[in-house]
Write a protein that binds this ligand. Structure first.
Ligand code: NAD
Length: 370
């Protein structure tokens, strides 16, 4: 089969869907076409892809393939360059109905990797986890870079410097990596999440868990989430959480928010009043900014100063660690391909396989999601 890897054209996207490491494995069995320059921003040069067995060509050749590997969903012009019936694999935004319709209209067979189940078997191809892990790390480094004080406690001849206090809102994959990274830098950390199961993970990383008590069985049940994901919490619980956060945030130097609910706008957890109560010079990194933001004052794609607090609303933080984010993503993609290519190198779409069924969003023009 012919596998194409075009360069990403989405603004600010630096990642690439295959690296020389994964191309080497693919090229042993398939013809692999890499668009010239596709990996440049992720430290993967054309010569490395060529040495791994790829043919370096223009975008039209990379899109004219049986299987196209992408990070972002192709735009209209890119879709036009794909063959009807071709396979598309990428982070295709399964909640964007217009995009899904456009892919189906082009008669593509498309797999949105973000829709894979959060099961043990799907772990090696879990793009949400691999990229959130990178983003959580980078969020702490961005915060540390902006914060005008030390992260660790220091005892010097000129006096003692206090450790930074970091508050993490949402302790999923990104939040847990943010805790681990802030901890390595010597900060004192507190974290909040709706899912009680997270408490143990937070504590095992050396952070304190902000326990919001449950007052009804219904609250406790909703907080368990579905399939590993959070569900919107009842208003009464959100209010109790807000009260506790309002207390803790006054003490925090750095706040990193990661709270998401799949397919919905992110919950607002940091209000303007909370920002106003923070110490001058504090920093907030809103990792949920692309889903509307966890902080009421964050702005997508901008760093703003409000009430003497710097609020970073940079999207796509994983793309700021492009080489490793690509390396992990490319391995996820390679593992996914093993599910749809059999040992004789033929395409087999087994819709009884739970990962294939969950990620398949359209097949030969039929839209499988709304
Ligand atoms: P996510 O990115 O969807 O959300 C980030 C975090 O925000 C979650 O922990 C969520 O509970 C939290 N959140 C939502 N609303 C909140 C609120 N109002 N207040 C505070 N926190 C709130 O989540 P994710 O990082 O993709 O991970 C979800 C879960 O799935 C994690 O527990 C993770 O460990 C689990 N997971 C399991 C597997 C597997 O078993 N293969 C793989 C990956 C992730």
């Amino acid at each position: 089969m012919r596998i194409g890897i075009p360069a990403e054209t989405w603004p600010g996207e630096t990642r690439v869907a295959a690296t020389p490491e994964t191309v080497k494995k693919l090229a042993a069995k398939h013809e692999v076409i890499v668009e010239s320059g596709a990996g440049l921003r992720a430290a993967a040069v054309d010569a490395a892809y060529a040495a791994a067995g790829a043919i370096i060509a223009g975008a039209a050749d990379a899109f004219n393939a049986d299987i196209v590997l992408k990070v972002r969903s192709p735009n209209a012009g890119e879709r036009e360059q794909m063959k009807p019936g071709a396979i598309l694999v990428g982070m295709l935004n399964p909640f964007d109905a217009d995009n899904l319709r456009a892919l189906a209209e082009r008669r593509l067979t498309a797999f949105a990797l973000e829709a894979a189940p959060r099961t043990t078997r799907a772990q090696s191809l879990d793009v949400l986890s691999s990229q959130a892990n990178v983003a959580g790390y980078k969020a702490v480094l961005l915060a540390a870079d902006t914060y005008q004080r030390f992260m660790p406690m220091l005892m010097t001849a000129a006096g003692t410097v206090k450790a930074a206090r970091v508050l993490i809102m949402g302790a999923g994959v990104a939040g847990l990596q943010a805790i681990a990274t802030a901890r390595r830098l010597g900060a004192v950390i507190e974290a909040s999440d709706v899912r009680p199961a997270v408490k143990e993970q937070v504590e095992s990383l050396g952070a304190k868990f902000i326990d919001v008590p449950f007052e009804t069985e219904e609250e406790r049940e909703i907080a368990q989430g579905t399939g590993g994901y959070a569900r919107p919490m009842p208003q009464a619980w959100m209010q109790r959480q807000a009260q506790l956060v309002a207390e803790r945030i006054k003490l925090a130097d750095i706040v990193i928010t990661t709270a998401l609910i799949p397919g919905r706008k992110a919950p607002v957890l940091v209000t303007e009043a909370m920002v106003e109560s923070m110490k001058p010079g504090s920093v907030i990194v809103d990792m949920a900014v692309e889903q509307g933001g966890n902080c009421a004052l964050s702005e997508l794609g901008a760093t703003v100063v409000r009430h003497d607090v710097t609020i970073i609303g940079e999207p796509n933080l994983a793309a700021r660690v492009a080489a490793d984010a690509s390396a992990l993503y490319a391995r996820n993609v390679l593992d996914f391909l093993k599910l749809i290519i059999d040992k004789d190198n033929n395409l087999v779409i087994d819709r009884n396989d739970d990962i294939v069924a969950a990620t398949l969003i359209c097949i030969d023009g039929e839209l499988l999601r709304k």
